[in-house]
Write a protein that binds this ligand. Structure first.
Ligand SMILES: *[C@@H]1O[C@H](CO)[C@@H](O)[C@H](O)[C@H]1NC(C)=O
Ligand SMILES: *[C@@H]1O[C@H](CO)[C@@H](O)[C@H](O)[C@H]1NC(C)=O
Ligand SMILES: *[C@@H]1O[C@H](CO)[C@@H](O)[C@H](O)[C@H]1NC(C)=O
Ligand SMILES: *[C@@H]1O[C@H](CO)[C@@H](O)[C@H](O)[C@H]1NC(C)=O
Ligand SMILES: *[C@@H]1O[C@H](CO)[C@@H](O)[C@H](O)[C@H]1NC(C)=O
Ligand SMILES: *[C@@H]1O[C@H](CO)[C@@H](O)[C@H](O)[C@H]1NC(C)=O
Ligand SMILES: *[C@@H]1O[C@H](CO)[C@@H](O)[C@H](O)[C@H]1NC(C)=O
Length: 923
């Protein structure tokens, strides 16, 4: 007992406020803070380069993600820009980074434990190849998830190996360069550590290891204390090998009094190594796609799913007209969409999904759609929607145009799972067939209403000739900073008054109601009211079409508590939205324990019978310190009104952990309120995606990528806390790749049942393709169910690890005057031979530094001669050659203006540059 107490006290002391290399903790240096520092620095550098290339200055008003995004998107910033997508991207990377400590806790290579150097580097390389391939295919989410994982492994090298003990202060570049060997590794028979009885010796590495600069890492044993003789241990209470001689450990995970210098060196080098890896990805991807991967792009995305059967020609024409209107009216503003997605569906076909960043291409594609075929049968609406949900970025607004029932209603559960996991909103525009031939039955409209409500979207039902009046909704949501203040649905037919708070930051405030035979009165904070029948009143303009009411408030200066009183006997929905940079992101999480405890995002519905936990970040205009959050709670959208508030724990850095003990029974959303300190105004926000808890739990972990043509076995396990028995298993993927899995599992209450799913990507699958896999488990009564949504990447095994080579020659800079004030009228030039003879061929060349003109013959090619010409004012040039699989080679050159001795006094760094000029490629 006494021993146990001692151990836990020690653990407590060790995990004080400065624990590092731990998942999430809000402390000084963690995997999150190392990753965050590197990501923000690399993003800032990239933003600066992009701004300078476009001829403007990059001047963020502060260092918060929201301010970086605003500055990065440039001076077209008419309108607010939300930092939410950047923040979500960061969060996704952090979460995957942290999960390595749960999902791969026993895997030495994932942590560079137990001298698994080659295997550890193998993971980094496999990941790097997958990330580059994913970015190429614009599968940014898959890229981010892998990035989080490999950054963890890379960072652990500096904590778990003796790299910093050997005196190195720079990262080990060979870990991200498979063409360079890992050398001087201590072999299994070489003793590496001296015994350390106290467990905390400042540097137990044997002197000869230090002298010979042999690389080793600590052995880690969670279940066993066995390790090869003489080897270092990881150390710490959960490492059983640390009590076997040589005792102690070399892990620098935590900052202790005996290892301050080494710990700090490890953090510093791990940060530098993370930056190197990010620079490699940035170079391969190009600045624009690197930023898109980081969620830095204008946030509006236009995503249409369109029925193209025979009776749809008017609807297609209206969709086309809306797309043209969005493109033409928002061009050059922050509200201009950054991406366009179009999914046609018919019967029996659907897709392909068209995804483009080019507005002209979108115009062409949507103009090409023709209504034809289909007949009287319902169509493949949900299959089309599935493609849109998996292809669009998270939190997109998706619009479905149709005039018929969905034939593929069996996909409904999958669609709900995808809505929950992507947090995208889906709105339906249902039109009744003109000739009345294919009138919509209520049953299917109700299904569409269910899906719309589950996602926070709207189901709008109009006649075909009314459709043009209903599509304002699309224009309203095609903006860079849309937020929801309030959303409710009611079925009761009772009169009800809904209060809501409008804050000063809100613009373009719009209230939507869907329902028939309803009347309402809204009242502003000053007590002024407007009725549903005053189309143009003191408070706003009311438009109504079909089942939709749209109320645009007259003025943005309306902060305070508003009320809307609604009377109807019919079901209805209410939604209050506006544009604001004050928003929040959240995930339901669960705590995990182990040597490095942390929080994992739940991929399905949270467990019932226990408190629900959320990790939440509020994004304001000036970073986390400009916001205070007062209350966070869960509420059932479809009433009765009953907000259950959670307990808020500040995790630092704007992250808030919320624990809700009394989780509502039913479909709930997250509501929060607080104060924006910039305007000293109270705000209220609500999430759009509905969630509910479940007794069923599915565990599944993505660890590696899928190789085309090979079976990929994917283990998963299912557990229920409800009644045991037979559960049906249903799995789907958005690429229609063949899969096998057990269609039934017999569950015993409280015990995980294990199963394996096998998926095979066809041999000709493009490397970088992502596959969204949805696994559902349902009890035989249908009462209990849950799902898991996972993203797999298909990556071709690559053998080309050769970087393109660069050789600079023919530098002509003699004209450049020593007097810099006169440099403007003179030019210099150089030539460079670029080869990728042993590789897949150079596919792109881009200028990284220098304000000149780079020209080269057409690509791809395995050998080319490039020439560069610049003003003598621009004295440094760096350009990058990238081959087909993303290996990056660099050319660098700096000139010194002629003029003899004066040139030297001009600037020393410039002179030094000359020495390092020429070949920066393969050493
Ligand atoms: C939003 O409001 C701004 C002024 O606050 C206005 O210029 C803009 O046109 C509005 N946008 C929409 C979509 O109505
Ligand atoms: C509100 O919800 C909580 C949790 O679901 C429940 O315990 C409580 O009884 C509800 N209150 C009302 C007034 O319905
Ligand atoms: C948040 O909401 C609660 C209850 O709805 C209210 O008591 C509180 O004053 C609100 N706080 C702010 C800052 O709006
Ligand atoms: C399922 O696998 C886990 C480890 O992956 C194991 O602990 C568990 O006992 C297995 N369950 C069954 C029912 O075999
Ligand atoms: C560059 O390539 C050309 C054409 O193959 C060759 O003649 C020349 O020698 C090369 N220059 C250098 C410096 O390698
Ligand atoms: C490329 O291949 C040639 C012959 O196949 C070989 O001599 C050369 O060393 C290789 N280059 C690299 C960089 O591996
Ligand atoms: C780049 O060169 C152009 C014309 O040569 C000049 O107008 C511009 O200011 C230069 N930009 C920088 C950043 O030096």
């Amino acid at each position: 007992m006494a021993l146990l107490l001692g151990v836990s006290l020690l653990a407590l002391a060790l995990s004080g406020p400065t624990v590092a290399f731990v998942p999430i903790g809000g402390s000084a240096s963690t995997h999150v803070s190392i990753t965050g520092t590197a990501l923000l620095q690399k993003v800032t550098e990239t933003c600066r380069a992009v701004a300078e290339a476009a001829g403007h200055e990059f001047k963020p008003t502060g260092s918060s993600p929201a301010e970086i995004v605003q500055a990065c998107l440039g001076p077209t910033a008419t309108g607010d820009v939300s930092g939410a997508k950047f923040q979500s991207a960061l969060q996704e990377i952090y979460v995957q980074n942290g999960l390595v400590d749960r999902n791969f806790v026993h895997s030495a290579p994932h942590h560079f434990d137990s001298e698994a150097f080659l295997e550890g580097r193998g993971l980094i390389m496999e990941g790097l190849v997958a990330i580059k391939a994913n970015i190429r295919e614009e599968n940014f989410k898959a890229a981010r998830e892998t990035l989080g994982r490999i950054l963890h492994t890379l960072q652990d090298f500096y904590s778990h190996s003796n790299w910093v003990e050997l005196g190195y202060t720079e990262p080990y570049i060979n870990l991200i360069r498979p063409d360079l060997p890992l050398e001087n590794l201590a072999d299994v028979n070489t003793a590496t550590c001296s015994d350390c009885a106290s467990g905390t010796c400042s540097n137990p590495i044997l002197p000869n290891i230090l002298k010979e600069k042999k690389l080793t890492s600590g052995y880690m044993g969670i279940f066993t204390s066995a390790k090869p003789q003489g080897k270092c241990s990881h150390g710490g209470v959960s490492d059983l090998t640390s009590t076997v001689v040589p005792r102690g450990g070399i892990s620098k995970d935590e900052r202790r009094s005996d290892n301050v210098a080494l710990h700090e060196a490890a953090v510093k080098t791990a940060t530098a190594a993370s930056l190197q890896l990010l620079e490699d990805i940035r170079s391969a991807a190009g600045d624009k796609d690197f930023l898109r991967m980081m969620g830095i792009a204008r946030s509006a995305v236009v995503c249409f799913v369109i029925d193209t059967t025979g009776s749809m020609s008017d609807d297609i024409e209206e969709a086309r007209s809306v797309v043209y209107q969005i493109i033409d009216s928002k061009k050059g503003t922050q509200d201009e969409p950054s991406e366009y997605i179009l999914v046609p569906f018919n019967d029996p076909d659907f897709g392909p999904m068209i995804r483009t960043t080019d507005p002209e291409k979108m115009k062409t594609e949507i103009s090409k759609l023709k209504a034809s075929g289909g007949g009287d049968i319902p169509e493949m609406c949900l299959s089309g929607l599935q493609l849109a949900l998996t292809g669009a970025p998270s939190s997109s607004h998706i619009y479905v145009f149709t005039d018929a029932e969905a034939k593929d209603i069996a996909l409904k559960d999958t669609i709900v799972a995808l809505i929950r996991s992507t947090k995208s909103t889906v709105s339906f525009f249902m039109t009744a067939g003109k000739r009345g031939r294919r009138s919509v039955t209520y049953a299917s409209f109700n299904d569409y209403s269910d899906l719309a409500l589950a996602s926070g979207g709207q189901a709008i039902k109009v006649s075909k000739n009314q459709l043009p009046q209903a599509t304002d909704v699309i224009l309203d949501t095609s903006t860079s900073a849309l937020v929801t203040v309030l959303q409710r649905a009611r079925n009761t037919g009772r009169e009800e008054t809904f209060p809501f708070t409008l804050d000063e930051s809100l613009k373009n405030i719009t209230i939507y109601l869907t329902g028939t035979s309803l009347t309402f009165t809204m009242t502003n904070p000053a007590g002024i009211s407007q009725n549903h029948n005053e189309a143009s009143g003191k408070l706003g303009t009311i438009k109504t079409v079909g089942n939709l009411w749209r109320i645009r408030l007259n003025s943005d200066k309306q902060s305070g508590t508003w009320k809307i009183n609604i009377k109807t006997a019919q079901p209805y929905t209410l939604k209050v939205t506006g544009q604001s940079t004050i928003t929040f992101i959240y995930d339901f999480v669960e705590r995990f324990t182990g040597p490095h405890p942390g929080y994992a995002v739940i991929s399905g519905r949270p467990q019932s019978g226990q408190p629900a936990t959320l990790m939440l970040s509020v994004i304001g205009r000036k970073g986390p310190s400009s916001m205070s959050v007062e209350e966070v709670g869960l509420v059932i959208v479809s009433g009765p009104e009953n907000v259950t508030n959670g307990v808020i724990t500040d995790m630092g850095n704007g992250d808030i952990l919320v624990t809700v003990d009394a989780v509502p029974e039913g479909e709930f959303v997250v509501v929060l309120n607080g104060t924006d300190k910039v305007s000293n105004s109270e705000f209220q926000r609500q999430s759009t995606t509905q969630m509910s808890v479940s007794k069923v739990n599915i565990q599944a972990v993505v660890g590696s990528s899928v190789v085309p043509g090979e079976n990929f076995n994917f283990p998963f396990s299912v557990m229920t806390q409800g009644a045991g028995g037979t559960y049906t298993i249903n799995a789907r993927n958005d690429r229609n790749f063949p899969m096998t899995y057990p269609s039934r599992l017999t569950l015993t209450t409280g015990r995980y049942a294990n199963a394996t799913l096998t998926i095979t990507a066809p041999v000709n699958t493009e490397s970088g393709t992502d596959v969204t896999l949805t696994i559902e488990a349902k009890s035989s009564s249908g009462a209990d169910s849950n799902y898991a949504v996972l993203r797999l990447s298909v990556v071709t095994k690559i053998t080309d690890f050769y970087q393109p080579q660069c050789e600079v020659f023919g530098v002509l800079a003699d004209d450049c005057p020593k007097d810099l004030s006169q440099c403007g009228s003179f030019h210099w030039e150089l030539s460079a031979n670029l080869t990728d003879g042993n590789g897949t061929g150079i596919e792109s060349i881009s200028l990284r530094q220098g304000n000149g003109t780079l020209s080269h013959p057409s690509l791809p090619a395995s050998f080319i001669q490039a020439s560069y010409n610049a003003s003598c004012c621009s004295q440094i040039v760096e350009f990058i050659a990238v081959d087909k699989v993303g290996n990056v080679g660099k050319c660098y050159h700096a000139i010194v203006p002629s003029g003899g001795s004066v040139a030297l006094s001009l600037s020393l760094p410039l002179w030094l540059c000359l020495l390092v000029s020429a070949l920066v490629g393969r050493p």
